[in-house]
Design a protein around this ligand. Structure first.
Ligand SMILES: CC(C)(COP(=O)(O)OP(=O)(O)OC[C@H]1O[C@@H](n2cnc3c(N)ncnc32)[C@H](O)[C@@H]1OP(=O)(O)O)[C@@H](O)C(=O)NCCC(=O)NCCS
Length: 394
């Protein structure tokens, strides 16, 4: 019997130097640094630099990255026009996927044959920085157009996180909110061989281009078992309404064998290493917006679910309500995840191409035994008949 690893659970498929998830010690390291330390001390741009280059930037390197980031913040008019073709009631992840595909097609136009598609490490780093820089404009424009609002031009005097909030809401965010948002971006930036990153690596391994890898990753991230969970958490919060409804709601949900979004993880079984940092950011936002009701619902559902099932929250559990308090529409949450994870995806694409092997696993066939179409005469039978003229004449 072949030992099938359904869902590739527990299978180690390659090396990576980008990040290390250790469920035993409940730790997550980006290029060796604990993510909690990075979230507490660094701007998202510096963490992006670290994930791409392996080291934190010097002041000069950070200033250079920030200058480049500012130079690509504006949504190109033709990409905006392409987004406008996406129906307003389509899911925003379809809009993001379309925009990134269009950017890739524009960028690679006239670039020659498929043999040139994968690009050099330097080209791919530039492409990665451009995608990282323009994604806030794509996400902000999406939320604004759904609300019937005009786009807001970026502000050169604001860093990445503050400018992202500015372009989304058209007003300068409080530093408490900017800080919580910056932390969430860092926590979402990278997580080893998760489903979307693995998708990106599979696509890159065929020597396709980085944009195709990223577009495929967006598709994988959309699913509620992966990135879509942060949106799904808010749907659950809306359904429950208030802390006092948690017990009857959970009784019914578990009786129906529903999955409770924002809980559980393929790798972490005793709690997600990123949750305490994001929960602390949520606590700050709850105090800032004076919304103890949100905290009561959050904590009641968490303690009830954990005590009944022994399954702990993942990052999407605190980030969903945090993004809601910041003012993001529920449908915008997973696109925010894209804006952060673009860094991890592209770092992995570059790493994959640096030591490439086509990713092509095997499967164990369990379909019908060999069978044949009635009346079909195989080509070799026809040929052999033609080679025997006395038989075919007769
Ligand atoms: C993330 C997830 C897919 C990982 O799951 P996995 O390692 O494949 O494990 P399974 O889905 O097989 O779950 C194992 C058991 O725990 C249960 N379980 C896991 N997560 C659960 C959840 N969130 N709610 C209810 N039950 C859950 C499963 O029903 C299963 O029970 P069973 O053995 O009685 O059938 C899963 O926990 C899940 O669906 N979570 C909700 C979605 C989510 O928050 N995703 C974001 C992940 S960062």
């Amino acid at each position: 019997m072949t030992d099938i690893k359904k869902g590739l659970a527990g299978v180690v498929v390659d090396y990576t130097a980008v990040s290390k998830v250790n469920p035993e010690t409940n730790s997550l390291l980006y290029r060796g640094y604990p993510v909690q330390e990075l979230a507490a001390t660094q701007p998202f741009e510096a963490v992006a630099y670290l994930l791409w280059n392996g080291e934190l930037p010097t002041e000069v390197e950070l200033a250079r990255l920030r200058a480049t980031e500012r130079s690509y913040r504006v949504l190109p008019a033709d990409v905006r026009a392409g987004i406008d073709l996406v129906p307003l009631d389509a899911h925003p992840m379809d809009e993001v996927r379309t925009a990134l595909s269009l950017i890739g097609a524009r960028d690679l136009a006239g670039s020659g044959s498929v043999l040139d598609a994968s690009g050099s490490a330097a080209e791919n780093l530039s492409r990665s920085i451009r995608l990282f820089s323009v994604l806030p404009a794509i996400v902000a424009y999406g939320q604004r157009r759904r609300r019937g609002q005009q786009p807001v031009a970026p502000r050169d005097d604001l860093d990445y996180a503050a400018n992202f909030l500015w372009m989304t809401f058209g007003e300068e965010a409080d530093p408490v909110v900017v800080d919580a948002f910056n932390r969430s971006m860092i926590l979402y930036a990278e997580h080893s061989f998760n489903a979307s990153t693995f998708t990106a690596r599979v696509i890159a391994s065929t020597l396709s281009d980085l944009y195709s890898a990223v577009v495929g990753a967006v598709g994988a991230l959309k699913g509620p078992l992966h990135g879509g969970a942060n949106e799904a958490v808010l749907h659950i919060f809306d359904e429950i309404g208030a802390a006092e409804n948690v017990v009857p709601w959970l009784d019914a949900a578990l009786a129906e064998k529903r999955k409770i979004m924002g809980f559980g993880h393929r790798v972490y079984k005793r709690g997600d290493s990123r949750v305490p940092t994001m929960k602390a950011a949520l606590d700050t936002l709850v105090a800032h917006y004076d919304r103890p009701d949100v905290l009561a619902l959050y904590e009641t559902l968490e303690s009830e679910f954990v005590s009944r099932k022994g399954i702990y929250p993942n990052l999407d559990y605190p980030s969903g309500p945090a993004y809601n308090l910041m003012g993001f529409d529920t449908l915008t949450f997973t696109p925010l995840f894209v804006a952060a994870r673009i860094v991890g995806w592209t770092a992995h694409v570059i790493e994959q191409l640096g030591a490439n092997a086509l990713i092509r696993p095997l499967s164990e066939y369990n379909g019908p035994d060999e069978r044949h179409i009635e009346g079909y005469v195989p080509d070799d039978a026809v040929l052999s008949a033609a080679e025997r003229p006395e038989e075919s004449a007769g």
